[in-house]
Design a protein around this ligand. Structure first.
Ligand code: FO1
Length: 317
């Protein structure tokens, strides 16, 4: 079975661990969000790619959900001693090695997809991890109110904790970006396309903003099934509610399904997996989307594997 999954960071990575446990023989291609990428101290950091790579490769910090296990922050402390920030973006010493290798390879002319493949040679995530694009896309947030400043998504997310209302969230560069090599092919060859419980705006939404990707999902032969990142009117983790509010979408499982749209009506979804708390979503979901309610808290691999199996079942594969 060939599976293509659009993935953001922590939620998607956790889901993918369950998917790999549920169907170990499946060939999974992960199309990773690169809109969260940021350049710091001359280094290129790809948070969502690294979170998937470390989580599936066994190097993730279980406590944080991002960065490395057994991490230290000596370099960041030294930078702070020089008055060099930002303090709000935790750069671990082990994690820095990933950014050094990535930056060196990018400087040598390798595309991000080639760099990601090289890094995965070490981590062996058990999936093919592709950036959504080799072109630079960086999500920025225009703050609401008088200042209306545009700041990098990471600053909004980590320094402001998405607390300052966003007037708009813009994946800068997306309109000129091309899908990375293998992305459209993976979607076309897939027996099923999955949207793990990632942030619908800044993760899944950013991937879909790369021209060609949404159409490939929409017109592909594979059923498309999403897993709701919203349970009982709140995001399971992170601040997807602040992102949804910024684009005028209610923070409910049904509203996110409507945001993605029913493929039968020109949207993207054939199926939508919601938590039992949102079992009434079926009534509110857009026509043409089959809604199934299952416990969606990814409490451990067994629970997550059951969610993955339910998604595949809903896809009829
Ligand atoms: N998330 C945090 O909440 N605090 C951090 O300091 C932080 C640093 C960081 C460094 C590298 C990396 O790969 C991820 C990091 N993240 C951190 C997570 C990251 O901001 C998020 O995973 C996504 O970018 C937002 O979905």
């Amino acid at each position: 079975m060939k599976i293509a999954a659009l993935a953001g960071g922590i939620g998607a990575a956790r889901f993918l661990v369950g998917l790999r446990a549920a169907v170990p023989e499946a060939e999974v291609t992960v199309i990773g969000n690169t809109g969260d990428d940021i350049s710091l101290h001359g280094l290129r950091v790809c948070p969502d790619l690294d979170t998937v790579m470390y989580t599936l490769g066994g190097g993730i910090s279980a406590a944080r959900g991002w960065g490395r296990e057994d991490e230290t922050f000596a370099v960041q402390d030294e930078l702070a001693a020089y008055g060099v920030g930002p303090a709000w973006f935790g750069l671990g010493d082990r994690d820095l090695a990933t950014h050094l290798v990535r930056t060196e390879m990018l400087a040598a002319g390798y595309a991000l997809s080639a760099v990601t493949a090289a890094l995965c040679e070490r981590w062996k995530p058990g999936v093919t991890l592709l950036p959504m694009s080799d072109d630079r896309v960086e999500t920025h947030v225009v703050l609401a109110g008088d200042d209306r400043r545009a700041i990098h998504f990471q600053e909004w997310w980590l320094r402001l904790h998405a607390g300052s209302p966003a007037e708009s969230i813009i994946p800068v560069g997306a309109e000129d970006a091309k899908p990375a090599p293998g992305v459209l092919e993976a979607i076309a060859a897939a027996d099923v396309v999955l949207f793990p419980p990632s942030n619908p705006v800044v993760s899944i939404g950013t991937i879909l903003a790369v021209p060609g990707i949404a159409d490939a999902v929409r017109t592909g032969g594979a059923p498309v099934v999403g897993v709701s990142p919203i349970i009982g009117g709140a995001p399971v983790r992170g601040m997807a509610d602040a992102c949804l509010t910024a684009i005028g979408v209610e923070t409910t499982a049904a509203a996110v399904a409507a945001h993605y749209g029913a493929r039968a009506a020109g949207g993207l979804l054939d199926g939508w997996l919601v938590d039992t708390a949102d079992a009434d979503t079926a009534a509110a979901a857009p026509g043409g989307v089959t809604v199934v309610a299952r416990p969606l808290f990814m409490t451990d691999v067994t629970a997550t594997a059951a969610i993955a199996r339910a998604a595949l079942e809903l896809a009829g594969v």
